[in-house]
Design a protein around this ligand. Sequence first.
Ligand SMILES: *Cc1c(COP(=O)(O)O)cnc(C)c1O
Length: 435
Amino acid sequence: MSDHRRQVPRTDTLLADPQLAAAGERLGRGLVKDAVQRVQQRIRDGEVAPPEAVPAVLASLPSTASSLRPVLNATGVLVHTNLGRSPWSPAAVEAVVAASGTTDVELDLATGRRGPRGEAAIAALLAAVPAAEAALVVNNCAAALALVATALGQGKELVLARGELVEIGDGFRIPDLLVTTGARLREVGTTNRVTLGDYRGALGPDTGAVLKVHPSNFVVRGFTRQVAVAELAAALAGTGTPLVADIGSGLLESHALLLEEPDAQSTLAAGADLVLASGDKLLGGPQAGLVLGRADLVQRLRRHPLYRALRVDKTTLAGLEATLRGPRPPVQQMLAADPAHLRARADRIAARLIAAGVDARAVDSQARVGGGGAPEHPLPSAAISLPAGFAAPLRHGAPPVVGHVDGDRTLLDLRSLPPEADDDLTAAVLAVAAR
Ligand SMILES: *Cc1c(COP(=O)(O)O)cnc(C)c1O
């Protein structure tokens, strides 16, 4: 047995160390034990001196019992699906922490009787979208589509334009989702053009609903034609056929910077019977699917057995309500950020990096909404430009920083990063430069 091997502190001894025992209480003993075993191996390999065992274990422990780590999003994509979409407002985080224990999500404390689940979140949604008579919250927008297709389309036809057969990402296709519910798709029009006559020709006794899906992650340009919600609604008036619009992005009212993105209020005001949207895109809250619109249809969905399988957790309801009632969430602040302010931040960070000898410069850049929203709408932004070789070590850093490589430079875009993170970003770059 080598000297190193003989000197490796025993697992029990290390786990009994007061600091490691306290870490075990907080993070779970299994997690600390794994870290201890990794450090014991590093001692055997001669990388760590035996007296340094406890500090080495402490340094290697994650900050929480989850392996998901906070990442600095310098991609310039505001709603980045791979980075968890929208970051929450501090108000939403606080509300979620408060609701995570036992909470009155389905109990009326005044009477002691069972109360309607998530009533306050629904009220906040209805306050934000006055054109909606009622609302329902499910797991995500895909769940809202599945519920609508099941409740309104099972054994019937869903009428949908061919140009709206959207793949939303990672191979998931809305038409595939719709048909798994037992609904039949009645495709109308062509890829680039659809007319009111096409829709009219498809309507009949088998029609369950007419569905409009916002092609949120692509545009068709040139010889194109679509039928607006108002036009479709007028044609469906009196037929009893519901018009359902999947707007995706989660804009509740029209946004001056994103005039081409449909919003819930305008879409309902134009005559849609139901609007479906995501909670974690431009709304800036937790993952959720929002269903807004006619009270009788919302009630039908709520009473459908499938709803029970798609309903959301108490923390989602709390986070959604706080997003709606609280201060402007980060995604909306990022969207509204003044390009001159972004450039000033970039100049400040670049100056600190240059002073430390880093090959850095502030540059103008283009950010994007992302998350399948406003694909053709670049947002003027500013970035820190570094040699391309910085990208990987920045991603491996603590905290990890994700930018994007453009030719031989790594760009760290500031529109997708809250200003409070500028110091952490600067420190991360300096740490890489010092290696
Ligand atoms: C993003 C999107 C969806 C899927 O929403 P999730 O909340 O991710 O399930 C559905 N439809 C449209 C138009 C979208 O943009």
